[in-house]
Design a binder for this molecule. Structure first.
Ligand SMILES: NC(=O)c1ccc[n+]([C@@H]2O[C@H](COP(=O)([O-])OP(=O)(O)OC[C@H]3O[C@@H](n4cnc5c(N)ncnc54)[C@H](O)[C@@H]3O)[C@@H](O)[C@H]2O)c1
Length: 245
């Protein structure tokens, strides 16, 4: 039996990168997955790919910054699968700009997706989990929730916010059997990292390579499954040693 046998998992940013790798691993562990993404083409293609492997998968197009669209994710999940056990709150965007050249609109867009969106999805997840008597939420923050870096003020501020949002929600709902943890990836080889930056980011990492989305998925599986049943409020850093420097 898989570690997530018959569990229902909602995965935002599920069409690409860390979200897609996690969906594959969750399915292999017996979960039914709801793939949420703005990118309908990629999301639908991935849904078909998983279904062809006999997995239970549903794609829901949603922008995590819209209250209505986030509510609809959960309505559709309950309609199709009847419950929500796990939410991998993972969709995000990243941009690099010197702060003195950063438009307020871009600051707001980054914080809107990377922090407000995480709140909106977590709030809706908690509403369902309170009805069901528990669940597990894994938020994707970043190692930049722990340390700073030049040129990413909005992203880093939002990710730091996700780390402390995670602690706060964990404490607020601990007695309701809802565990809330975060994943803090280092530099991971996904489309969010521009091709031209990859060599330099690998060189800046103690293990001298980028991480793989599949390596993140294993950490998410740990945080989402009963293997981490005594963990809540934690932010797990998986970064090839970057923040140990
Ligand atoms: N790759 C890295 O190096 C790295 C490092 C630290 C943290 N992260 C975080 O990991 C998460 C996943 O990123 P990834 O590396 O897999 O990148 P990715 O670009 O491959 O995947 C992100 C997905 O989120 C979706 N998305 C973006 N905005 C959305 C919105 N408003 N509503 C719904 N979907 C939206 C995108 O369409 C995309 O499919 C992000 O939160 C990112 O900040 C990534």
């Amino acid at each position: 039996m898989g570690k997530l046998q018959d569990k229902v998992a909602v995965i935002t940013g599920g069409a690409s990168g860390i979200g897609a790798a996690t969906a594959r691993l969750f399915v292999s562990e017996g979960a039914k997955v709801v793939l949420v993404d703005l990118n309908e083409e990629k999301g639908k293609a991935f849904e078909s790919e998983l279904k062809a492997l006999n997995a239970d998968a549903l794609f829901v197009k949603a922008n995590i910054t819209s209250e209505e669209e986030v509510a609809n994710i959960f309505t559709q999940t309950i309609e199709k699968f009847g419950k929500v056990d796990i939410v991998f709150n993972n969709a995000g965007i990243g941009r690099v700009h010197p702060t003195h050249e950063l438009d307020y609109a871009e600051w707001r867009q980054t914080v809107n997706v990377d922090l407000d969106g995480v709140f909106l999805v977590a709030r809706e997840a908690i509403r369902e989990m309170l009805k069901a008597g528990g669940g597990a939420i894994v938020n994707t923050a970043s190692m930049y929730g722990w340390v700073g870096s030049p040129g990413s003020a909005a992203y880093n501020a939002a990710k730091g916010g996700v780390v402390n949002l995670t602690r706060s929600l964990a404490l607020e709902y601990a007695e309701q059997n809802i565990r809330v943890n975060a994943l803090c990836p280092g530099f991971i080889d996904t489309p969010i990292i521009p091709e031209e930056s990859k060599l330099a980011l690998a060189a800046a990492t103690p293990v001298k390579r980028l991480g793989k989305a599949e390596e993140m998925a294993k950490a998410v599986l740990f945080l989402a499954s009963d293997d981490s049943s005594y963990m809540t409020g934690n932010s797990l850093t998986v970064d090839g040693g970057y923040t140990a420097q």
